[in-house]
Design a protein around this ligand. Structure first.
Ligand code: 5GP
Length: 187
């Protein structure tokens, strides 16, 4: 059986990539979402094993040492990583797997899966991004500034991705990502 496609989606925090990914996942039952592991605290409304596997530093480092992560990164003082087992199992079953991870993780994935499809979601402008992060209302000013600094770094790598999609209009952005996935499946 043909292996599934590994779809890597990145973009700065607050760009709306979560919303785009969720819409695509709910419309396409052959795409599975890889739930990442993180040591950051859950935001209000986030559910363990749905949004992330929330864990502590010791457990994260143990899994990392055992080779249980496909990639990992430290972002704003917290660890984030992709658990290996489930992703590999889904790909073997012929399911496509979506990873929503940062550029650091994306490039680690490309090392082990050169055939992965890398998509970068861009905001229409930095001002738009700031107002989205502020509008979320879950972060204090210091964290917002840190996330904006990280966003600038993240965006400087957009050109290294296979595809770039600007999230100006949500419906258009979803359609563009869907079209990319369809095209890659037919390759
Ligand atoms: P947030 O704290 O806003 O949920 O995520 C912060 C950043 O970490 C985002 O850019 C997100 O894409 C990235 N991220 C989430 N999960 C992973 C992961 O498993 N690995 C890596 N490398 N980055 C991740």
């Amino acid at each position: 059986m043909a292996k599934g496609k590994l779809l890597v989606v990145s973009g700065p925090s607050g760009v709306g990539k979560g919303t785009i990914c969720n819409q695509i996942l709910s419309a396409d039952s052959n795409i599975m979402f890889s739930v990442s592991m993180t040591t950051r605290n859950p935001r209000e409304g986030e559910v363990d094993a749905v949004n992330y596997f929330f864990t502590d530093k010791e457990s994260f480092e143990k899994l990392l040492a055992e080779g249980g992560l496909l990639e990992h990164n430290c972002y704003c003082g917290n660890y984030y990583g992709t658990p290996r087992k489930q992703v590999e199992a889904w790909l073997e079953e012929g399911k496509d797997v979506m990873l929503e991870i940062d550029f650091n993780g994306a490039f680690q994935i490309r090392e082990s899966y050169p055939e992965c499809v890398m998509i970068f979601i861009l905001p229409p402008s930095m001002e738009a991004l700031r107002s989205r992060i502020e509008g979320r209302g879950t972060e204090n000013e210091e964290t917002i500034q840190k996330r904006l600094d990280e966003a600038a770094t993240e965006m400087s790598h957009a050109d290294e991705y296979d595809y770039r999609v600007v999230n100006d209009n949500l419906e258009d952005a979803i359609k563009q990502v869907q079209d990319i996935i369809d095209k890659e499946r037919n390759n």
